[in-house]
Design a protein around this ligand. Structure first.
Ligand code: AMP
Length: 355
């Protein structure tokens, strides 16, 4: 939504009494926990009925549930949600469950800049953004006949790495590819993976400052992916492939991690460049975003993906991370989002961080 529409919607809001709302999945326990710590009301949107597992986690349970028949129908409930003064905090599953079109159409104040969706979900635009910012990405192989080292084949729209596969030769690629689906072929970058969790504030100027606003590194994780991360327990990948068993890349969890301190300056240079370029291209990636990287043996970063909202990799840090502890005690990404809203309310800048 444009900032004029947001200003209009917010006119009917009691900004002293906002409710932080999200879909009950992904990082919702963290989002509700962070919101509660900052004194907000919380609302969990769920399909079918109240989610019982929240009873097991009282500090992450929303104050109220809002039950819908189907996430895709969310726009049917706009008026009811507006009456509750909700601010939507989107996460990866939120956008997936609603569908990108419904998400973009949603007439509810939403944290972050929704314009970012087209830049991150289209691989050509994502590359234009990241390479335009001077980031190194894995090479793309346009013609599979040119495969002369390991590549990863990624299907468009595949969720959580599902169906991705590794090939080392054209023959192997040809044997395994599902030709009815569209895909990209990327160089498989050898190295160690780090998923970097940033927070960009266009309205606060403390800490690591950018031309406009400031950037934080709140945490980092490594994804746990089945079966690739454990497959070697059965034998070498080559051995298994001979038996027709191929490793897969389905995310099942997240592992906390830190990196050698000498790499941190690069982490900030990359984050800064990505934000500056986003400001130039589409008004900025606001709030949380994550660069998914591989660090090579030459200590170079290659970024294979960006997620432009809170990622599930922040979940190990509900009580703070080794990095966020150096900013403020007990600071999760969920809590940081709530703080940003509080700051914006106080300084009458809500429309700068909502869309
Ligand atoms: P993605 O859906 O792009 O996040 O990729 C899913 C997983 O595949 C990642 O979490 C990595 O483990 C792996 N991966 C993706 N791209 C590359 C790459 N270019 N080189 C090595 N591993 C990759």
């Amino acid at each position: 939504m444009s900032s004029i529409q947001i200003t209009d919607l917010l006119k009917s809001y009691d900004t002293r009494n906002l409710t932080i709302a999200t879909v009950c999945s992904h990082s919702s326990l963290q989002i509700f926990n962070g919101a509660k710590k900052e004194g907000f009301q919380t609302l969990g949107i769920a399909v079918g009925g109240v989610k019982k597992y929240y009873d097991a986690f009282p500090l992450g349970k929303p104050d109220e549930f809002f039950i819908v028949d189907n996430y895709k129908d969310i726009n049917k409930y706009t008026d009811e949600l507006l009456e509750k003064n909700v601010i939507i905090i989107p996460h990866g599953s939120f956008v997936e469950y609603l569908g990108p079109k419904n998400f973009l159409k949603m007439r509810l104040p939403t944290f972050g800049n929704r314009q970012v969706l087209m830049w991150e979900s289209d691989r050509v635009m994502e590359r234009k953004w990241l390479e335009g910012a001077g980031i190194t990405m894995p090479k793309e192989i346009k013609d599979p006949h040119n495969i002369d080292k390991p590549v990863i084949v990624k299907y468009h729209g595949a969720k959580g790495g599902r169906g991705f596969f590794v090939a080392k030769t054209f023959q192997e690629f040809n044997r395994r590819v599902q030709k009815n689906k569209s895909f990209v072929i990327q160089e498989f970058v050898m190295g160690t993976r780090y998923y970097l969790h940033y927070f960009y504030s266009p309205i606060q100027n403390t800490g690591y400052q950018l031309r406009d606003g400031s950037l934080q590194l709140l945490s980092m994780d490594r994804r746990d992916e089945t079966t690739i991360d454990e497959v070697q327990r059965l034998g070498s990948i080559a051995e298994l492939e001979e038996l027709g068993i191929h490793p897969t890349f389905v995310v099942t969890g997240n592992i906390p991690i830190v990196m050698r301190e000498s790499l941190l300056p690069k982490v900030f240079t990359m984050g800064e460049a990505v934000v500056e370029k986003s400001l130039e291209l589409f008004g900025g990636v606001i709030g949380s975003f994550c660069l998914e990287t591989v660090v090579t043996e030459d200590l170079e970063f290659k970024v294979f993906e960006i997620s432009a909202r809170i990622v599930a990799g922040t979940n190990p840090y509900i009580a703070g991370s080794p990095y966020s502890e150096l900013i403020q005690h007990d600071l999760s990404t969920g809590r940081r989002i709530a703080q940003e809203l509080k700051f914006a309310i106080k300084h009458k800048k809500l429309e700068k961080i909502l869309s």
